[in-house]
Design a protein around this ligand. Structure first.
Ligand code: C2E
Ligand code: SIN
Ligand code: SIN
Ligand code: FE
Ligand code: FE
Length: 368
């Protein structure tokens, strides 16, 4: 097929997709047909890999059923495990060939080309398989390049489908966790976590974080104090100053959270782990639990620290009154490069009033 013809096919499909992103199955349908036309093959399957379950799922045009395979099945499993593309011009002779997959799919696979689908960090999230070159021709480097192009073109769209799913799941996880862990334990937590979340979202945006990072920090920051569930009431709700011993106990809330969240696999719960573990670190290295210094503290945590402390100063606590606005401002100025990341803190101070507006949206007295 000549270049012009290929180009026309690409344009046709891209136009139909660029305008607005269709639902996932429709998108796959279109991309499968695009591959079939471009490479002149009989079928095309988008295999999606779930690394937690170690399963591979087939997505293709409507006339091919949806199937689930074990992560190490056949040639496709090999491609996903190694992340290496593969051209197979006589499938039954390939050492990874598994005839059961052909049976399952309901058609023979004489020849195939497999291109892994990778995230930007090189993690493999699936593969495209173009099956049976028409007229029994052999696949060549041209086909390889074409399919590689499609794989790259799809990456952003495909990962955002997964990202949306992951977000929905995570939102449920968080709501569930928060409910489970009893917001009622401390009078502060309920509104405090909402304010910190909203302020983190705002500060992350101001600091130029990507949309994805803004979403991560917004959804993960409410869990920063989740470890306080294990802190006894007499400490958590003590009206006055904590003794050294009590304060030491309180500080373990970072480690307690890490014990649970540190085992999570979802990216966003990993973000929550990082935030919960590191939100009491200080830029100058005098924080806890590890005494991390400067950029060694994750950016999500450096943002959260600012919002968490702002909330602690600007709002009332069982152990203190709300500070006057000027005092809060002065304290933040004093803490630039000490308690706080200097860049983020300066941005915070430039938009100081906006953070007061966010506080006003979630007043403590809304707690029932
Ligand atoms: P919190 O009340 O949400 O406070 C969060 C953080 O705000 C504190 O973490 C601290 O880093 C910061 N912060 C509080 N007061 C000041 C201040 O005067 N200046 C500056 N620059 N930062 C301040 P920290 O100290 O690790 O405390 C963790 C949690 O321990 C607090 O969360 C609170 O729940 C509890 N806590 C700390 N001190 C006391 C206390 O004297 N009495 C009681 N009952 N609880 C306390
Ligand atoms: C992404 O992080 O881009 C997608 C999330 C996933 O890997 O499922
Ligand atoms: C302490 O209780 O010693 C720490 C006070 C604070 O920073 O909140
Ligand atoms: Fe905390
Ligand atoms: Fe907090």
């Amino acid at each position: 097929m000549d270049y012009q013809k290929k180009f026309n096919i690409l344009c046709k499909y891209m136009k139909s997709i660029e305008k607005n992103r269709p639902p996932f199955e429709e998108y796959i349908e279109k991309m499968s047909k695009l591959c079939m036309e471009l490479l002149e093959v009989e079928k095309c399957i988008f295999w999606m890999y779930d690394d937690e379950k170690d399963k591979i799922y087939s997505h293709a045009t409507k006339n091919i059923e949806y199937h689930e395979l074990d992560g190490s099945s056949g040639i496709i499993g090999h491609v996903i495990k190694t992340g290496e593309m593969r051209i197979v011009n006589d499938s039954s002779k390939d050492k990874y060939y598994n005839p059961k997959i052909d049976e399952l799919l309901g058609f023979p696979n004489f020849s195939s080309i497999y291109i892994p689908l990778k995230h930007s960090n090189n993690d493999v999230y699936g593969a495209i398989q173009a099956i049976n070159k028409k007229n029994h021709e052999k696949f060549d480097d041209n086909d390889d390049e074409m399919l590689m192009f499609v794989a790259l073109y799809c990456e952003e769209a495909l990962t955002s489908y997964f990202f949306e799913d992951e977000l929905k799941e995570l939102q449920n996880d968080i709501v569930f966790l928060l409910a489970e862990l009893g917001e009622s334990r401390s009078k502060e937590t309920a509104m405090h976590v909402r304010r910190v979340s909203a302020m983190c979202e705002h500060l992350a945006k101001l600091a130029g974080f990507s949309d994805k990072d803004v979403t991560f920090i917004k959804l993960a920051s409410p869990l920063h104090d989740v470890g306080k569930v294990a802190i006894p009431d007499y400490i958590l709700n003590k009206a006055g100053k904590l003794s050294d011993e009590e304060y030491n106990k309180m500080k373990t809330h970072t480690i307690i959270a890490h014990r649970t969240l540190g085992n999570m696999h979802r990216k966003l719960l990993k973000a929550a782990d990082t935030i919960a573990f590191e939100h009491h670190e200080r830029y100058d290295g005098k924080g806890y639990p590890l005494g991390l210094v400067g950029e060694a503290i994750h950016p999500y945590a450096r943002i959260t620290t600012i919002c968490d402390v702002f909330d602690a100063l600007a709002c009332e606590r069982v152990y203190k009154k709300a500070w006057p606005k000027e005092d809060v401002y002065r304290e933040f100025e004093n803490q630039i490069g000490k308690q706080f990341d200097p860049t983020y803190c300066k941005i915070f101070l430039e938009h100081f009033n906006e953070f007061y507006s966010i506080l006003a949206e979630y007043p403590d007295d809304k707690i029932s």
